[in-house]
Design a protein around this ligand. Structure first.
Ligand SMILES: [Zn+2]
Length: 214
């Protein structure tokens, strides 16, 4: 877990939004390899092992697969609108296999969520989640959802975590969450843009109006 990324992580328990306090047992360069992230409100400790943080579920495993070909990488870069360098990008499931190639080309920081098809090590930022995403609103520049089941709660959390104007790409069988506008779709995926409203605007009124799942 890249140490600067810890600022973007939040407790997933039902209380006001709060950052997490890192207790470091082992660093590898600028990456937190082992330790824990503690919530100052509810005292939950999220364990960090091998650079991976488990939020609400035990960690999983991921075996390296065949690296994506150049066309797949170029397509992902275009769909995610990563022409400019920098920012934080989340890759879910087997979309994680794009991280290495995209990192070289875009100089963005990548956060792998329930990754598949990649080798996990302390220098790779990985979180394991059930369906609630431990991310502050608007911290992601873009997000890509790979194959595999995702819940409505997960997609709603993901939409909130992406900044205004940021892209989300997901398989066509995944319903679009609230707060995003579809830009395009083909037989495999849709690409949508986070609405350009302030994501940090007061939520209760809108939530009551639309009855949205959060
Ligand atoms: Zn908490």
């Amino acid at each position: 877990m890249f140490i600067e990324l810890v600022d973007s992580l939040r407790c997933i328990a039902d209380h006001e939004d709060t950052w997490l306090v890192a207790a470091v047992a082992e660093f590898r360069g600028r990456h937190l390899a082992r330790g824990s992230l503690g919530c100052p409100v509810c005292r939950t400790q999220y364990q960090v092992e091998n650079g991976e943080v488990a939020f609400g579920r035990p960690g999983g495993s991921s075996e390296p697969g065949v690296p994506p070909d150049e066309d797949t990488v170029l397509r992902a870069r275009a769909l995610l609108d990563l022409a400019e360098p920098g920012g934080l990008v989340a890759l879910y499931g087997d979309a994680a296999s794009l991280a290495l190639a995209l990192e070289e080309e875009t100089q963005a920081t990548f956060l792998l969520v329930n990754p598949q098809g990649v080798r996990l090590e302390p220098g790779v930022s990985t979180i394991w989640v059930e369906d609630r995403l431990p991310l502050a609103p608007g911290v992601l520049r873009a997000a890509m959802v790979g194959a595999g089941p995702v819940t409505g709660v997960f997609m709603a959390n993901l939409a909130t975590a992406v900044r205004a104007g940021g892209r989300i790409v997901a398989p066509v069988e995944v319903p679009l969450p609230d707060g995003v506008a579809e830009l395009a779709r083909d037989t495999r995926e849709w690409v949508a843009e986070r609405s350009r409203e302030r994501v940090s605007a007061p939520m209760p009124l809108r939530r009551a109006q639309a009855g949205r799942r959060v």
